[in-house]
Design a protein around this ligand. Structure first.
Ligand code: GCO
Length: 251
């Protein structure tokens, strides 16, 4: 039921961070992986990491915001590698500023990468999924789809938007047997959160604020990703699974 053998998954932003963890996790469950990022060297390193575990992977170098490249690369992948069964919209970015200091450029960039990128990829990849009447789309949301904290204005707006995009897309695509869902991580130790977990005060605050009393280990997200990628979730539509150590349950 959870077996992903014979499936092809495109994971955006997968040369490092949580995206790489998803690539490894889906690969270990049997899927072949299309790695995506903007830096070919980082992608090559990630591909080697997967190969060591015997996971077949392909590389697609493109920026999730560049419409022309997204259109061309999705076509190329489907022609040269095969139909994309699973899309994980993972590429994400947080540029932290408080309101008075938030440059318009950074606001737009955060919305572009986290939200518009997911829209473009979903639009292009779903064309084939609709024709084949089968597919899985997983949007990597955040506990910040529900909550904010100072300096995360753009990120919270983008991730809240991504949650609602997940629901609205579900309503459009469910009849084609495409399941669209989200995963909402709490605080995980990754490249993106390095400035946070290396800050003693912040670290103590997060551990106190999280009922589980600790940061998440990226591997703890894999179960939800495999579930939402597999036949086990064929009647699960429009859900966000929060993997957050209980942070959203606590006041
Ligand atoms: C922050 C962080 C968070 C996390 C994460 C939580 O500045 O508080 O960047 O937003 O990275 O997405 O789910």
């Amino acid at each position: 039921m959870f077996d992903l053998k014979g499936k092809l998954a495109l994971i955006t932003g997968s040369s490092r961070g949580l995206g790489y963890t998803f690539a490894m996790g889906l690969g270990e469950a049997g899927a072949a992986i299309v790695l995506n990022g903007r830096d070919i060297e980082a992608l090559e390193a990630a591909a080697q990491g997967l190969e060591k575990k015997g996971i077949r992977s392909y590389k697609a170098v493109f920026d999730v915001n560049d419409e022309e490249s997204v259109v061309a690369e999705v076509k190329r992948i489907e022609k040269d590698v095969g139909p994309i069964d699973i899309l994980i919209n993972n590429a994400g970015l947080n540029l932290r500023h408080s309101l008075p200091d938030m440059p318009l450029e950074d606001w737009k960039k955060v919305l572009d990468v986290n939200l518009t990128g997911a829209f473009l990829l979903s639009r292009e990849v779903s064309r084939g999924m609709i024709a084949r009447k089968q597919g899985k789309i997983i949007n990597i949301c955040s506990m910040m789809s529900e909550l904010g904290r100072p300096t995360t204005l753009a990120y919270s707006a983008a991730k809240g938007g991504l949650k609602m995009f997940t629901k609205a897309l579900t309503v459009e695509l469910a009849k084609y047997n495409i399941q669209v869902n989200g995963i909402g991580p709490g605080y995980f130790k990754t490249i993106m959160t390095k400035p946070l977990y290396t800050d003693r005060e912040f670290d103590e605050w997060i551990c106190g604020r999280t009922p589980a009393g600790r940061w998440g280990d990226p591997e703890e997200l894999v179960g939800a990703a495999v579930f939402l990628s597999s036949d086990a979730s064929n009647f699960v539509n429009g859900q966000i699974i929060y993997v957050d150590g209980g942070i959203l349950a606590a006041l």
